[in-house]
Design a binder for this molecule. Structure first.
Ligand code: SAM
Length: 339
């Protein structure tokens, strides 16, 4: 009897684990269609009206919206849909704290993850298919998705770094800084400082838009470039390498740290924010799964351990590598000093 119960539990566990894509697909499709925003925008959000304004199939919308109601992500009253109060700000793509770009980026990830067995066989990401918005807009969603999550994490993390002894800076380089979420948090926290955001042209365009009307704009230089090809802006005393090294091989990271060392003033600090694996690489779960994300999405990306990062920093010339914050998610920061 006990054996039968154990077998039933195993069955349920495996079935539950393999079903994760269902809820994710429903939420991501609604985000990609920008369905929540449309429902918030129109007066009578019936399937017929939504089908017209979104130019989407009625049967498709009807099944999708009912599934969203069953998941608690929509409400349905007399055939009209509403977004529950508590989800409105987060699921409205017009809001400054929207999560929609990140959910759309998750959709791009999901397509890659669904071909994981092929990736493991070949060693390379499965060729990605674009969303209904096209590849360029998918990249924009990735950049803005970094803002969606950074907005919630950056301020508290900078404060935590300060509380843990980060001494501040005069001129920082935000390497791969996307639309500048962390730059903003650092500049707000450290008066009389300035920053350079260095990223690919699409991201720099988004950064310029974000700061167009901001008081911080005069303290920021925007540099469009490729950190694998172009030299780094130099004469800085702080380099912020946030969610970057996981996309690259050990060799690329060694080169990046070497260039960072050359671009830095003596006494300057490099800070590497990322998710790190424990020494035997089998945990925490969030880190091992992030490793799978990098396997699915990049040619050479991986999660690093603290020891690997420390060794690479020391090889580049930095010293005193240590965790300034240590967590099981993307909120860990390793710092080191240029002597
Ligand atoms: C995962 S995002 C991290 C963004 C930001 N640092 C943060 O923590 O939110 C990686 C960033 O690196 C940028 N990036 C990737 N490859 C790059 C390259 N070759 N040169 C410059 N930037 C690059 C991407 O455009 C993106 O903004």
């Amino acid at each position: 009897m006990q054996k039968e119960k154990a077998m039933a539990d195993v069955f349920e566990t495996l079935m539950e684990m393999s079903r994760g894509y269902e809820v994710a697909s429903v939420l991501i499709a609604a985000s990609e269609l920008d369905l929540f925003t449309e429902i918030l925008r129109v007066q009578y959000a019936t399937v017929a009206n939504l089908s017209l304004s979104l130019r989407a199939d009625e049967r498709g919308l009807s099944i999708l919206t009912d599934a969203l109601v069953s998941l608690g992500l929509l409400e349905k009253v007399d055939g009209c849909f509403q977004v529950p109060e508590e989800y409105r700000e987060t699921l409205d793509s017009r809001s400054s704290s929207t999560l929609i770009p990140m959910l759309r980026h998750r959709g791009s990830c999901m397509k890659s993850w669904s071909q994981l067995a092929w990736t493991v066989k070949s060693g390379s990401p499965f060729p990605s298919t674009e969303s209904i918005h096209g590849a360029l807009d998918d990249y924009r969603a990735f950049v803005l998705g970094m803002h969606s999550i950074g907005l919630r994490m950056a301020g508290p993390l900078v404060e935590q770094m300060k509380a843990n002894g980060f001494p501040g800076f005069k001129r920082m380089l935000d390497l791969g800084g996307a639309s500048g979420t962390y730059t903003a948090a650092f500049l707000k926290s450290y008066a009389n400082s300035e920053a350079i955001i260095f990223d690919l042209p699409v991201a720099i365009a988004e950064a310029k838009l974000r700061f167009a009307t901001s008081d911080l704009a005069p303290r920021i230089a925007f540099v469009a470039g490729d950190f694998y090809q172009d030299s780094f802006p130099d004469d800085v005393d702080f380099i912020w390498v946030s969610a970057i090294i996981h996309q690259q091989s050990v060799c690329q990271t060694a080169t990046m740290f070497g260039q960072a060392f050359a671009a830095m003033r003596r006494g300057g600090i490099i800070a590497v924010r990322d998710i790190f694996a424990q020494a035997d690489r089998t945990g925490p779960v969030a880190a091992t799964l992030f490793g799978v994300n990098m396997l699915s999405r990049t040619e050479q990306g991986r999660v690093y351990t603290f020891n690997e990062v420390r060794d690479l920093l020391e090889r580049a010339g930095f010293c005193n590598a240590k965790f300034l914050t240590e967590r099981s998610d993307m909120g860990s920061v390793i710092v080191a000093v240029k002597p």
